[in-house]
Write a protein that binds this ligand. Structure first.
Ligand code: MN
Length: 770
């Protein structure tokens, strides 16, 4: 085929090849094409591409322009805008500033879609560019969708292409750029095609980009694929993320300002940025870990990027780490050092999680500009050239060799080969060993913590790290096949909420959750005591009508959440005084705050309902919609007691079924009885109980009793009254306990004390007589 005439002075054409006058739209497009090309050209020049090379790139552009002349894309744009965009992605976004990559990008659709042949390309642009176009042409079209025989054929094509990766990885890079632009312009396609292309993108291209460390491109591919395949879901998550971004803006600014002021005196050349997780990755996390949007805590990260010189990169990163750890308390369990040992895809960075203002955990990533470029651009940043144009990409040599082995094996059929390739991108299991040589199988991505829980829950709960080979690694270190792992434990170690994000296996998750639930209950108890202690002086308690206002004032959905916030100092206990001041001043909460609180409360209730948990651990009969309940003072029912409810003007009152007063009520007002039982599992609320201790009156008796009681952290003393008659000691204890079992255990402990004769629970009405 004859080569096209090269048209100099592009954009000055006033007619098309048929001699028809150009429409204003054509002229606008020509102007756009010219501007975009000039931008690309400027970029090439700024990045140091030689003039002869730039001339070659221009020729590739003009060749493509001629070859695709008169063809329009689905969107109505001239076709050339597509290869031009692909070239710009390759050069400007991937950073592949070489003549072969840029030319191949321009020419990638020429052989497939026009009358030109490979040898035309070879003659004009050389064999290297021709080989890449050859590879690209072979994967043209969709690969992974359709009937089995189609898939098989596509797989065969794909295999061929993958073989060429081993020759020149630029085939894949240009292909990814091509796919990215097609995804960016997917809107013009029919819904059916959109779905097919989007799923293909998620199936093969995004993992491929990830494996090559092309983080930005991988992310964008996923976002676009998610958008085009599940637009409603995408918009839902996106809207929530936007709201959170707005809400977090001031906080992040404050956090960053702290870092800036701390680093400025060091004279280090640094930049602080922040980034939010992508919509798709948040969605995936919600899906995989079965979490609500609100429960994903690591939605953003702060990044500190250092301009430094080779040789002191690592030192400078650690220096920054030590400075910001002075500023905000680091969580040592969340330290990840990918500087000493980079990730397989070349990623280098130092990650830490710091407790920022208001005790919020914030992930901070520390890296140099070089590391940042590797993180964003992956293989493309590693791109180096020898004089003869041969590519070398050191970190990928092994991987490429592996791929080549898989693909070159003639005994496998093509589909199997692609399957293998996929598995190579993402293998399913890793096999690791205990120090005793026992082999354990874990899902890929499993951490030291998964391993520890696989051995035993006690090992998991007390794990602090591990020895892998001869180095010590953190709990979240991801195990690789064949490693020997020795878990390090400490009596001081205990599971943290963040651990849930470090594990993959359901077993580990269940154990951590169980521990956290227990811990939460303890915190709630502690917070309740804190609150009572503060509030007593002001005459407010949970039963008081102020409780609702108090919760709204602090924007806490339930009393338990409020207590938890107090115990963890998310709300400083001193702040209760602020609320008292507020009440004293006679002010009212405005309706906006109340509405906001009410919304939060209802959202939480809905979540609880979904999870089958009653927020206050009491299940009342389904047909009664009960806003609140009270525990009858006459019998002080405890979880574990058989109970029933009475509908009264003041809401539902819960009695023990054995309560004489309840019996009386039942016989008189049977229709107002509501069936009630305690929710399964442990209870976060403490209940008032009373018992009498009788013993020998000796010095120190009361102290002994209180010592035993205070050993049980979940039990708090409300009131004690003592009486001595002759040598007999009688004490009545009013306590808050979480359930019947707890109370029974305590009572039997007290019974064990020397000089104690009897310990009896006070039954209905008895405490009044005491
Ligand atoms: Mn294309």
């Amino acid at each position: 085929m004859r080569l096209p005439q090269i048209i100099p002075g592009l954009g000055r054409n006033e007619s098309n090849e048929n001699g028809q006058a150009l429409t204003p739209e054509d002229i606008r497009y020509q102007k756009q094409i010219l501007e975009e090309f000039q931008q690309l050209n400027r970029h090439l020049r700024n990045k140091g591409m030689s003039r002869p090379d730039r001339t070659m790139v221009r020729r590739a552009f003009e060749f493509a322009q001629k070859a695709h002349e008169g063809v329009k894309r689905k969107s109505g744009e001239p076709y050339i805008l597509h290869p031009l965009s692909v070239a710009r992605i390759v050069v400007e976004e991937m950073g592949l500033v070489d003549v072969v990559s840029a030319s191949a990008a321009f020419l990638h659709d020429v052989v497939e879609d026009t009358d030109f042949e490979l040898r035309d390309i070879e003659r004009e642009f050389g064999s290297k560019t021709m080989q890449i176009i050859d590879g690209l042409t072979k994967i043209k079209g969709s690969m992974m969708a359709g009937q089995p025989e189609v898939i098989s054929k596509q797989a065969e094509n794909f295999r061929k292409v993958l073989l060429t990766i081993a020759d020149d990885i630029r085939v894949v890079l240009v292909k990814l750029a091509d796919r990215l632009h097609n995804m960016r312009t997917l809107g013009a396609m029919r819904q059916e095609s959109k779905l097919k292309i989007a799923s293909e993108t998620l199936y093969i291209y995004a993992p491929l980009a990830h494996r090559l460390g092309l983080y930005e491109i991988k992310t964008e591919l996923e976002e676009l694929a998610f958008f085009h395949s599940q637009e409603n879901k995408y918009r839902e998550v996106a809207a929530k993320l936007e709201a959170e971004k707005a809400e977090m803006r001031d906080y992040i600014a404050r956090f960053i300002n702290g870092i800036r002021s701390a680093l400025r005196p060091t004279g280090l050349d640094f930049e602080v940025r922040h980034r939010f997780k992508s919509i798709y990755s948040i969605y995936l996390k919600m899906l995989r870990k079965n979490l609500a949007f609100e429960d994903i805590y690591d939605k953003y990260a702060i990044r500190i990027i250092l301009q430094t010189r080779e040789g002191i990169e690592r030192t400078d990163c650690w220096r920054v780490y030590s400075i910001i750890s002075e500023l905000y308390t680091p969580n040592p369990m969340r330290l990840r050092d990918w500087i000493t040992v980079p990730k397989e895809n070349g990623y280098e960075s130092l990650h830490t999680t710091l407790g920022g203002p208001e005790n919020r955990w914030v992930e901070v990533q520390i890296r140099t500009t070089r590391m940042d470029e590797v993180a964003e651009k992956g293989v493309a940043a590693h791109w180096k050239y020898k004089d003869n144009g041969e590519a070398i990409e050191q970190p990928f040599t092994d991987w490429i060799a592996q791929i080549r082995n898989i693909l070159a094996n003639p005994s496998r059929d093509a589909l199997e080969a692609v399957q293998d390739f996929k598995e190579n991108l993402k293998p399913n299991d890793v096999y690791v060993f205990t120090p005793a040589g026992e082999m354990l199988r874990l899902p890929v991505g499993s951490s030291v913590l998964d391993f520890a829980y696989k051995i035993h829950s006690d090992v998991g709960n007390s794990a602090i790290g591990a020895k892998v080979g001869n180095r010590v690694v953190s709990l979240e270190y991801r195990l690789r096949a064949g490693e020997m792992v020795e878990v390090l434990t400490s009596r001081k170690g205990e599971p943290k909420k963040e651990w849930l994000h470090m594990v993959q296996t359901p077993r580990a998750k269940d154990h951590i959750k169980a521990f956290l639930r227990k811990q939460r209950r303890e915190l709630i108890d502690k917070g309740r005591d804190l609150f009572r202690w503060r509030a007593r002086q002001y005459g407010i308690d949970e039963q008081h009508p102020y409780m609702k206002e108090l919760l709204a004032f602090f924007m806490e959905p339930t009393p338990n959440e409020f207590y938890h916030a107090l115990a963890t100092r998310r709300i400083a206990p001193e702040k209760i005084a602020e609320f008292i001041e507020f009440k004293k001043s006679g002010k009212e909460l405005d309706s906006e705050s109340l509405a906001a609180w009410d919304l939060k409360r209802r959202q939480m209730e809905a979540r609880f309902e979904e999870a089958g948990i009653d927020p206050d651990h009491l299940i009342l009969s389904k047909d009664a919609k009960i806003e609140s309940y009270k525990l009858a003072k006459c019998c002080n029912p405890l979880p574990g007691d058989d109970i029933l409810g009475f509908n009264t003007d003041q809401g539902v009152v819960i009695h023990r079924t054995a309560c004489p007063k309840a019996l009386q009520l039942m016989s008189s007002f049977g229709s107002q009885i509501i069936q009630a039982r305690w929710a399964d599992g442990q209870c976060g609320i403490a209940f008032l109980a009373a018992f009498r201790v009788v013993g020998l009156d000796k010095q120190g008796m009361l102290l002994d009793l209180i010592r035993v009681i205070s050993q049980r952290k979940k039990i708090n003393i409300r009131k004690v009254s003592i009486e001595s008659q002759d040598t007999l000691f009688e004490g009545i204890f009013h306590l808050y306990v979480s359930n019947l079992e707890e109370l029974s255990k305590l009572m039997s402990d007290l019974q064990e004390l020397p000089n104690v004769y009897t310990v009896n629970r006070l039954e209905f009405g008895q405490e009044e007589s005491a």
